[in-house]
Design a binder for this molecule. Sequence first.
Ligand SMILES: [Zn+2]
Length: 94
Amino acid sequence: MSEVIAVRNDIILNMEIEVGHYILNPQQQNNESGGNYELHNADTCPHLPNATHALTLGHFNDCHLAMEEAKRRVPKWADQIDGCAWCCPKCNKG
Ligand SMILES: [Zn+2]
């Protein structure tokens, strides 16, 4: 019984962490970093790009929704947008 409660608390905690104000870094990463455009949660990320380079996407409940918005905004980057490994690990392809 106590294990069930612990798991539920983990799920709620994860959801709280993911809710946030998402941004896209329009400066392409170098090839060693994958050559991607990185999606970040500006509320939690310890490695945010310079604010002047951030494209604001808005407030989303998780990185997957923010990713959809990023692809809708910039369709030409759709295959290159990747979640930041620090703040959007569920959307990070590596
Ligand atoms: Zn990040």
